[in-house]
Design a protein around this ligand. Structure first.
Ligand code: WT7
Length: 663
């Protein structure tokens, strides 16, 4: 397989091989034993039609029953997958209306904690239903109809949840763009999704500073004038530049919005949303998810993996700009009738115990975050969590990047106080929901392992030549059959689905390395392509390279990831400058600012290494293996011989100059 390099299994310490028995998390957990899990898993594979039909009728409310359950083809040149075709449902109805008849009507659906401690808002199911219905009518009033794309470029405020569910209610396709992305990134997504409506806020709060949402939107709209209407939430009372006729205040529009709105009956295979994510190419891909299968996957994983109960307060710390926020802050918990908590701020502001203060304040029971946050908090010291009451916590989740056994043990002992099972959950934007994770209480844990596949999921580890790897042998993680939450395609790029995910017939290629141990447990080894996981965010090396190369003093650039103690991976950029340009510290700063403006702060290079040339083969291919090795010089302390075979280089003196130019 192209781009695949040797994947080795780290030397496993005894701690990493520790097996922690599952704890009964609750007497009423849905799946209580390994035997029960194995039995359900067996059913999901032996008779998927019956299994998914049963789950869909049990877990979702349908206006009309489907014609077919599962249809797919992974072998042809046009791979596809469909679930519940012909079935009619509405995602917002399943997240709201169906909870209004019984005792859930007056329970908290959404608890919102602002960045400032004294700003809190709580919406019961009845209230959230009403806000979403009004927002849906507001969208209709400005001309949005079924199938239209609506871009949401908003900070973590309740209006973002209203907007997502309002789109779902009227059958518009939401396209959330993370509010930390640049005007250019936003404009690319507006153009690619062909949206005419955008919703934003005038400002947001981030670590005590303002996020300039509206002015970034203004710049993006200059680059993509197709936007007809920009709806602006007044998050901060502060002067805001508004263009007459184009920019409209949310609160003005809401005055005319009726209180009730019938949910649009959608086909299970009608699009629900597009979400952009990075890959090996320079432009992010618009991952398309549809309604029925996605919602079932979201609903079921929150039920079985997080064991959500009516009395729980459930908190997923992800931003709604990413898939984790879509599936595990909005759709999954609300489809279950749960109480979902939403936090506007960051873990370390104003103090390193912000998360634990919130856990204590609301009595959070289920907590789901990324290893990068765990490592950052671990570094700040145990006294922060120890001074808070964390006794309500029942289940802890981890997602987004590999968690080391050290961070796992800290999460388990210090945050969970040895009481809470940890669900390390492996999945991707493309998979829609959790794919490999323990069912807490039923599956024994091994610190650092994502354990076993969810129902219906068949992962395999393949060698680069396509043969199946042996036990404990690292290889490429692939998925050999479909599941309901799977992406349906790349928006506006019909051949992209096949080219990117099915370069080989018969299975979906994840882009991750992994191995399976003697108990069948999976261990993730990180990406095997040119995707870098920086603080659990997914960044394409090619995107950063393009951004750097667009600077007029730069000839070319090559970017690789390197191990970073808090971020997981850092961004290491090799840059070749135009003839006669001086390699100065101030130019490094200038390039960093340039990348932040092009992509956004999440893509900020950690290291810029000026080099007279890049290591290339005779055919001009950059040898990233060498660049990765040199980037870890300080960490690994290797010898020049460790660079391996450099005979394929067109000019082997490049290695010497790369070594000489390290700073
Ligand atoms: C990539 C997907 C999963 C939703 C949030 C990120 C990495 C994700 C784990 C995990 C090791 C993980 C993979 C994957 N990843 N979860 N538990 N252990 N690695 O979604 O931005 O689409 O990123 O995140 O490399 O391919 P995403």
């Amino acid at each position: 397989m192209e781009n695949r390099e040797n994947i080795s299994i780290d030397n496993l310490s005894t701690e990493e091989r520790l097996i922690l028995p599952s704890q009964a998390t609750s007497a009423i957990a849905v799946v209580k034993t390994k035997q029960q899990r194995d039995e359900l898993y067996r059913q999901s594979l032996e008779n998927p039609q019956e299994f998914w039909a049963d789950m869909a009728s049990k877990h979702l409310d349908w206006f009309e029953k489907w014609d077919t359950v599962e249809e797919y083809d992974f072998d042809s040149d046009r791979p596809y997958v469909k679930y519940f075709s012909g079935g009619k449902l509405n995602a917002s109805y399943n997240c709201l209306d169906r909870h209004l008849t019984g005792s859930r009507r007056n329970k908290a659906a959404l608890i919102w904690q602002g960045e400032s401690s004294d700003e809190t808002r709580t919406f019961t199911y009845q209230q959230l239903h009403r806000e979403v219905s009004r927002t849906a009518n507001m969208l209709k009033n400005i001309g949005v109809s079924k199938g239209d794309r609506v871009v949401l470029y908003m900070p973590m405020i309740p209006e973002l949840v209203f907007s997502v569910l309002a789109c779902a209610r009227i059958g518009a396709i939401h396209c959330v763009v993370f509010s930390g992305l640049s005007a250019e990134s936003l404009s690319d997504r507006i153009v690619n999704s062909d949206a005419h409506i955008i919703i934003t806020a005038n400002y947001g709060y981030r670590s005590g500073k303002f996020l300039e949402c509206k002015s970034i939107c203004d710049k993006a709209m200059e680059l993509s004038p197709q936007i007809r209407t920009c709806v602006v939430v007044e998050r901060v009372e502060r002067e805001t530049y508004m263009v007459r006729g184009r920019d409209l205040w949310w609160h003005d529009l809401m005055v005319d919005a009726a209180l009730t709105c019938e949910p649009e009956p959608m086909d299970a295979e009608d699009p629900l949303f597009i979400l952009y994510t990075s890959g090996s190419t320079a432009k992010p891909k618009g991952i398309l998810h549809t309604t029925g299968g996605y919602l079932l996957h979201a609903m079921m994983t929150v039920k079985y993996v997080f064991d959500i109960k009516d009395e729980d307060v459930y908190w997923c710390t992800a931003d709604i700009g990413w898939i984790t926020g879509h599936t595990y802050l909005i759709y999954g918990p609300l489809a279950n009738g749960g109480t979902t908590l939403m936090f506007e701020g960051v873990p370390t502001y104003p103090q390193p115990d912000r998360y634990w203060e919130i856990v204590e304040k609301f009595g959070v029971n289920i907590f789901y975050t990324a290893p990068t946050a765990i490592r950052a908090m671990m570094k700040d010291g145990d006294h922060w969590p120890n001074n808070r009451d964390l006794s309500t916590l029942r289940i802890l989740g981890s997602v987004g990047e590999p968690i080391t056994s050290k961070a796992w043990m800290w999460y388990y002992n210090v945050i969970g106080q040895g009481r809470c099972p940890i669900a390390d959950t492996w999945w991707q934007t493309e998979t829609g929901g959790i794919m490999i994770a323990p069912l807490p209480g039923a599956i024994d844990m091994k610190p650092g392992s994502v354990t076993l596949p969810f129902f219906g999921i068949v992962p395999k580890i393949l060698r680069n030549n396509g043969s199946e790897a042996g036990i404990n042998e690292g290889g490429n993680l692939v998925l050999t059959r479909p599941w309901p939450g799977m992406m349906r395609g790349i928006y506006g790029n019909p051949s992209g689905f096949k080219d990117t995910y099915f370069p080989h017939h018969g299975y979906y290629l994840t882009g991750d390395g992994a191995y399976q141990d003697e108990d069948g447990y999976f261990w993730m080894l990180g990406r095997v392509d040119d995707v870098i996981k920086v603080s659990a965010h997914r960044i394409g090396a090619a995107e950063v390279e393009n951004a750097l190369a667009s600077h007029d003093k730069v000839v070319e650039a090559a970017v690789v990831g390197y191990p970073h103690p808090v971020k997981g991976e850092g961004i290491y950029a090799y840059v070749t400058l135009e003839e006669g340009v001086d390699a100065t510290e101030s130019l490094k700063k200038e390039l960093i600012v340039h990348v932040r403006e092009k992509i956004g702060p999440i893509a900020t290079p950690d290291v810029i290494h000026f080099t007279p040339a890049l290591p290339k083969t005779r055919s001009g291919k950059i040898l990233r293996r060498i660049l990765r090795k040199i980037a870890t010089w300080d960490i690994d302390g290797w010898n020049v011989e460790d660079l391996g075979d450099v005979s394929t280089l067109a000019d082997s003196s490049v290695v010497d100059s790369l070594l000489a130019t390290r700073s």
